[in-house]
Ligand binder design. Structure first.
Ligand code: ADP
Ligand code: MG
Length: 405
């Protein structure tokens, strides 16, 4: 069942082909790429200044293109999942006025990157996007698109090359132009991700510690429920607001500064929901630090247990899971050789990530597939209220998380 995905070179070839079809003439001058990511643990902690532990994936967004002489920009996405027009044309304001968001909405991620580029003004260009990161699947297609585009602009007109500022500019792009008040994790790991390593990111100091993850006896399995989340909906901003409110009631700058003791002492001043949200964040920050330590020691059982605790907390306290994700996690946990499993990304759909012994991979994917069949029979199309879950699974080669070109 493990599905394969196109290599960076194949994506680049596809992007070049589309470029030739749309623009004719010369081949594109520039080709760049940036990876998506899977977050191993530390969910909804980044915007609370806590820890996260993601790794870059061999799923990538590629951008090919060329500078043009005027102020005009044309961008085409070759990604089939985008259900809006795949081409956008606009002009860069010559008077330095802001580039407003609009339609198609996917282009807003790019407009935001142009707006926040650190060496303005940006020249006109033509570009084609091709990507193997599933859109809205919790593997961060949005950040890989932003970072790939930022890198593309760097090739046209170099900036000062500061990588932290690049990640921050891409995060700002998502805030101001896509309307998603996201934390820094996705853009940060897309910029700093390293082959064969997860990255422990302290989202307050923006210090990142690579954690080696290249044990041949180990496999990371990603299963996509294919239930689409939409982070631009109201749930994500609401969670963020609830955390800010909890921090303010506790008298802290952020939940990173709060302990469970602080939370329990303030219990009477918090409503139940705010208490639950804060508890998830405070415990998840601590869990992520412990998980990174366990991974460094090769204590995979301990790591797996923390993954499951994280999932349960996201399901029960933070309330961002859904039945399909819960089903995938509980199916994975029934198989011998599985250390741990959890939903990954913002939630409400998307993917799960599972850590397991390499020899258990076939029986694990088969077992999940059978459980999903049963799930769909129970909750299938005759029940319109429920979405069915069609699993795509793939394993990540831990020796080669991704390569730039
Ligand atoms: P995630 O980052 O988890 O995939 P988001 O909701 O944050 O989910 O971002 C998904 C959105 O990013 C898509 O709906 C689309 O607007 C945009 N996007 C990402 N990659 C591409 C692409 N290759 N082509 C067009 N739009 C893209
Ligand atoms: Mg995203």
């Amino acid at each position: 069942m493990a599905s394969s995905f196109p290599s960076v070179q194949q994506l680049a070839a596809e992007a070049r082909r589309v470029y030739g079809q749309v623009f004719g003439g010369d081949a594109p001058q520039v080709a760049v790429c940036a990876p998506g990511r899977v977050n191993l643990i530390g969910e909804h902690t980044d915007y609370n200044q806590g820890f996260v532990l993601p790794m870059a994936l061999p799923l990538v967004t590629v951008v090919v293109g060329s500078q043009t002489s005027g102020q005009d920009v044309t961008i085409v996405t070759a990604t089939e999942e985008a259900d809006e027009p795949r081409r956008v044309d606009f002009s860069l304001p010559s008077d330095g006025s802001p580039l407003s968001p609009g339609l198609p909405s996917w282009a807003n991620y790019v407009k935001g990157v142009i707006q926040h580029y650190r060496a303005p003004p940006v020249p006109g260009f033509r570009a084609v996007i091709a990507s193997s990161v599933p859109l809205g699947g919790g593997l961060s297609s949005s950040a890989s698109l932003e970072v790939a585009f930022y890198t593309f602009l760097q090739q046209l007109k170099p900036d000062d090359g500061d990588k932290v500022s690049k990640a921050v500019a891409c995060q700002q792009a998502e805030h101001t132009h896509a309307g998603v008040p996201c934390g820094i994790m996705d853009q940060f790991v897309s910029v700093f991700g390293r082959e064969g390593h997860a990255l422990l990111i302290d989202c307050r100091s923006l210090e990142a510690t690579p954690v080696p993850l290249a044990d041949p006896g180990l496999v990371i399995l990603i299963t996509n429920s294919n239930v689409k989340h939409s982070l631009t909906g109201s749930e994500y901003p609401m969670r963020r607001r609830q955390c800010e409110e909890a921090a303010s009631i506790l008298g802290k700058a952020s939940l990173r500064d709060a302990t469970m003791k602080d939370l329990e002492e303030a219990r009477a001043r918090l409503d139940d929901v705010t208490y639950q949200r804060a508890r998830h964040v405070i415990e998840e920050i601590d869990r992520t630090a412990r998980a990174a330590e366990a991974l460094k020691r090769g204590a995979y059982k301990e790591f797996g247990k923390l993954m499951v605790e994280s999932h349960n907390s996201l399901r029960d306290l933070y309330e961002v899971s859904c039945r399909e994700l819960d089903e995938l996690v509980s199916a994975a946990m029934e198989v011998e050789g599985v250390f741990g499993s959890r939903m990954t990304g913002g939630g409400f759909g998307g993917c799960t990530v599972t850590l397991l012994q390499a020899h258990a991979i076939d029986r694990t994917t088969l077992h999940i597939q059978v459980r999903v069949l049963h799930f769909n029979l129970r909750h299938g199309p005759e029940n319109y209220e429920l979405r069915t879950c069609s699993v795509q699974a793939f394993t990540v080669d831990l020796f080669c998380t991704w390569r730039a070109f």
